[in-house]
Design a protein around this ligand. Structure first.
Ligand code: PEP
Length: 248
């Protein structure tokens, strides 16, 4: 069975000091839940995550990684460094990186491979912009993006992979895909993965939905058969909301 994952993407919010207090609060208030909690935080917050969350069943990771292993790459952070901070997950291919930093599918695939080489699970984001959805080409667009972003990514290491379907028009906008529309895309993604790899591979892999997930819409989304949890931006910053999502 696929364990539900509720992954918070903090983007560029909170200082390390605020994060430290938030992590302590979470550990104190963590409810009994069937869901797996994970927080994808700015690099500067990771040492605190490792110190405070370890042993509490809450996992952590980064929002990006260098495509290089090591070297003269000013400003970059490698998968090896993230592994040293015990990151379990790390996001690759978020739409904000694809659009503001012109990240291509090939670069995203390279980053995913670096993470897998260091035992970190990539949370690989794909999803269509509004004009593609309106033109009705969202399935082909998203599957093409997935194919390019998985270049050179193979089992067995790829078996741990997590995919996040995040329609760009739903991220941070308050607009959410309907549970039925999201489910249809998740089913298409799982079908494509079965063809590319195998049915067993596709069946065990978690596909998260992301795009304005909130406590009041999470239950309807997460109860769809092919939606295995969420990648959550805004609502993961408030502790009370994040806890509600873990219980959705
Ligand atoms: C995200 O950052 O991946 C995201 C889905 O953001 P939000 O939940 O705020 O739409």
């Amino acid at each position: 069975m696929r364990k539900r994952l509720v992954a918070g993407n903090w983007k560029m919010y909170k200082t390390p000091t605020e994060a430290r207090m938030w992590f302590r609060d979470l550990v104190a208030k963590l409810p009994q839940t069937q869901a797996e909690p994970a927080l994808l935080v700015p690099f500067t917050h990771l040492p605190y995550a490792a110190e405070i969350l370890e042993g509490h069943g809450v996992y952590w990771g980064a929002q990006d990684v260098s495509a290089h292993n090591e070297g003269a790459y000013t400003g970059e952070v490698s998968a090896k460094m993230l592994a040293d901070l015990a990151c379990k997950y790390t996001i690759v291919g978020h739409s904000e990186r694809r659009s503001y930093h012109a990240e291509s599918d090939a670069l995203v695939a390279q980053k995913a491979r670096r993470l897998l080489e260091h035992g970190i699970v990539p949370i690989l984001c794909v999803g269509e912009p509004l004009e593609v959805r309106e033109a009705g080409h969202h399935v082909e667009y998203t599957l093409r993006q997935l194919e390019g972003s998985l270049e050179g990514v193979h089992p067995p290491s790829a078996s741990s992979l997590v995919i996040a379907y995040e329609p760009v028009w739903a991220i941070g906008t308050g607009k959410t895909a309907t549970p039925e529309d999201a489910e249809a895309m998740h089913r298409a993604i799982r079908g494509w993965l079965a063809g590319r790899y195998s049915s067993d591979f596709a069946d065990q892999l978690r596909i998260l939905y992301g795009g304005s997930v909130k406590p009041d819409n999470a239950t309807a989304l997460f109860s769809q058969p092919n939606i295995d949890g969420g990648l959550v931006g805004g609502a993961s910053l408030k502790l009370e909301d994040y806890i509600k999502l873990l219980l959705a």
